[in-house]
Design a protein around this ligand. Sequence first.
Ligand code: FES
Ligand SMILES: [Fe+2]
Length: 348
Amino acid sequence: MTVIDKKALIEKRVNEGLKGQWYPVCKSVEVKTSKPYGTKLLGQKLVLWRDGAGKIRCLEDFCPHRGAPLSYGEVHGGNVACRYHGVVVDGDGVVQQVPAMPECALEGRKALQSYTVQESNDAVFVYVPSADRPEPPELALPKELTSDEWTGFLCTSVWETNYRYALDNLADPMHGCYLHAESFTLAYGSKQDLMQLNKTEDGFRIERVSQTGENFDWTEFEIHDGSMFCFLDIPYPPAAGPGGVFRIIGFTTPVDETTCRVFFWRMRKVEDTARESWRFLYRAVLETNHWNVLEQDRVMLEGMPDDARRREMLYQHDLGVSRIRQILTRAAKAQVEAELKSEQMAAE
Ligand code: FES
Ligand SMILES: [Fe+2]
């Protein structure tokens, strides 16, 4: 393999999305015991459903008989049944029943890849194995999602753009005071600054040099074995009700090369009765504002050409964008090299 071929493989992996990662794929409520749910992750079609115990199962969305999408089928006795000719597959990808054919040899065969699933904070996370990390590591979550002091809401949306643009957008706080200038909470502060990037224990922080606490002034990324997320604070005026900072936790999930799904938990550190009043206010008033801001991001990113990267001219503010790309490329390189090595060993 030439250096150029390897570079192309690495670029392809970054574009499709890293393996060896946990990704949120949908909201918990979207996966039911009554009907399978179909989605895509890293270009692979997946089917999810709840078995008899309510546990979520996940397989490639492909019937072992002739390839019909299992997500068009039904859930029967905790397994998924294909709509086309009724073949039943369990959550481990083993064919349980071929109702149309007595004593069919397909029964008992492990035919499909199954995926490890974990539910957390109203979302369903799926682990995509890689050659260098075939077994799922523990799902590392932001502290705001594991502590009782915080409360919040998950909001998720499908964007018709490669996930890299969504990540770049999060690593670029300077867009806040331009793109979102008209919004309820992001209309403050100066429109000119420099950026600085600092290492943190688990990743990095990109922030404005001369402004903090006024607007969307910084983002922190945490990179763990098997998961990556970011968080940022939105300063809230008193009209936004009780509680401390309003924090956004962001995960971006590569659906396929031209689509991603973003997951934002909007969290506030607020307890007791103040918690209830904030939750009420959020649902009644604030949520619409936040959807409007997210829509501004979506429209902007969807309007950018897929290959914008080839012609872009970065400047000092894009330190965070460069860093996130470097992190993805390094991880993709390690994965591609591990795959090439195991292919080579298998061939010897
Ligand atoms: S394709 Fe699924 S049962 Fe035939
Ligand atoms: Fe934004």
